[in-house]
Design a binder for this molecule. Structure first.
Ligand code: 4AD
Ligand code: MG
Length: 430
């Protein structure tokens, strides 16, 4: 019976055939242990010299790392193995003998691994991270569909820059300047006025000069946008969404979390509601913690975010940032014109900001003023202003960074390992 490693549990004590690669191998004169992987999982294949044809044992002994094969064997339940199963090999059909696979079980430097990213993703840990990423993507669709959202695909080539003009990727094709999308938000807002609740989910681009563990120049963002939705209600959706993701990863990715040696209690404590503090309060807390240099109006850097997050087990919302720190479209807070109705969700354990969101300005004149004040070309934003001209309503939305969320849930240090082929400052290949 041809099957996959993920499915072997259905065939205990039966013979199966699996297309696989050799992840690793150990052998002696009488027995060979093949660490097999097939993309769906990992399993150990045991080849006993006395129990197989001589040619099969010789193949097992000489087979090299990352060679491909069809392996036939009897599935055994085995409590000691992480997957719960082992394969007693009866036959091997070599498909392709691999030579000098560059990534050996010894330690390699990160730059070397990044240069070999096309191969590195085969390794057990990288496989686990990709599976967790996949689960978050699936659960994102599940959550938003269960909650009445419609997916809206925002364009990648745009003429607008919602998040400021300093980090744009310019492209040459149109008569005018076009940029790769920094955020699908402005289009999502138009979508929300047509469909009520929408989410966009796509690649976004920031020509960031920052070289940190949290920054990619191409990353994926999930951006829900909701009509008739005020700031506070949006925070509730955000905490429900993030809790839903954590729960799904905990239930569906148990093996992967084990491979990554993730402290499960950290994920178990991600449960709505999350604490909320204002920027003002956060600033006081930072002063109490000895960050003397930071003053009202300064943005929080990652040491600040980490210090604030340390205060809580849960992720924490920091709300009401100074208007001067945020993009042009955010709604001023009632009675406090110097701050806006926004929130960043700061993850614990130093993962930093995973969500940025806000209520949007819905008054035509005010929005026009802000576009002017930010020096943005009014003609590019006329369509966006139209949304405030024809049946304007209070609306809110947010953006969750997929890679930062994957890093956090997986417990890995750097976002470069959370996407198949990361684009970083100075990295375009492979
Ligand atoms: O805070 P940001 O810039 O917000 C927006 O783009 C809004 N338009 C979202 C919205 O309201 N619809 O980005 C949102 C999130 C951040 O919290 C972070 O998780 C992620 O996107 N992010 C990055 N992730 C990796 N590398 C980068 N360079 C990132 N920049 C932002
Ligand atoms: Mg932000």
């Amino acid at each position: 019976m041809k099957t996959t490693i993920a499915q072997v549990g259905h065939y205990i004590d039966k013979e199966v055939k699996i297309g696989a690669w050799i992840a690793n191998k150990r052998s002696s004169g009488k027995i060979a242990f093949l660490q097999l992987r097939d993309g769906t999982g990992f399993i150990q294949g045991v080849v006993v010299k006395a129990e197989v044809a001589e040619a099969v044992f010789q193949t097992a002994k000489s087979i090299t790392q990352e060679s491909s094969l069809y392996v036939t064997g009897i599935v055994r339940a085995d409590e000691r193995s992480p997957s719960g199963y082992e394969l007693t090999v009866t036959d091997i059909e070599l498909i392709h003998q691999s030579t000098d696979y560059p990534i050996t079980p010894k330690e390699h430097g990160t730059e070397f691994l990044m240069d070999n990213r096309h191969l590195w993703i085969r390794s057990k840990k990288q496989h686990a991270v990709m599976k967790i990423r996949n689960q978050i993507i699936k659960s994102t669709y599940d959550f938003f569909y269960e909650n009445g959202f419609t997916k809206l695909d925002s364009p990648i080539l745009t003429g607008s820059s919602p998040e400021g003009t300093s980090e744009l990727f310019h492209t040459k094709y149109f008569e005018e300047d076009a940029y790769l999308s920094q955020s699908g938000q402005l289009y999502a807002e138009a979508g929300a006025m047509a469909l009520g609740r929408v989410f966009t989910f796509g690649p976004t681009f920031r020509a960031e000069k920052s070289k940190t563990r949290r920054h990619l120049i191409e990353f994926w963002m999930i951006e829900p946008e909701m009509a008739f939705m005020e700031h506070e209600e949006s925070l509730e959706i955000q905490e429900q969404y993030v809790s839903y993701l954590a729960k799904a990863v905990l239930t569906e990715c148990q093996l992967e979390l084990k491979v990554l040696d993730r402290d499960l209690s950290k994920l178990e404590s991600i449960q709505a509601p999350f604490p909320r503090i204002t920027y003002d309060k956060a600033l006081d807390m930072l002063h109490e913690k000895g960050f003397d240099d930071i003053k009202w109006g300064d943005d929080f850097g990652s040491p600040h975010e980490t210090a604030l997050a340390e205060h809580y087990e849960q992720p924490v919302f920091i709300t009401h940032y100074p208007k001067s720190l945020k993009p042009f479209y955010m709604q001023p807070a009632p009675g406090r014109e110097d701050v806006v109705l926004c929130a960043d969700l700061i993850a614990p354990e130093g993962y930093g900001e995973v969500i940025g969101g806000s209520e949007r300005i819905h008054d035509y004149e005010l929005l026009k003023q802000e576009i002017d004040r930010h020096g943005l070309p009014l003609e590019q934003y006329q369509w966006y202003l139209d949304l405030r001209k024809y049946g304007s309503v209070p609306h809110s939305g947010f953006g969750l960074g997929l890679e930062r969320t994957v890093a956090w849930f997986s417990g890995i240090e750097h976002v470069r390992e959370t996407i198949g082929f990361p684009r970083l400052l100075n990295r375009l290949h492979p």
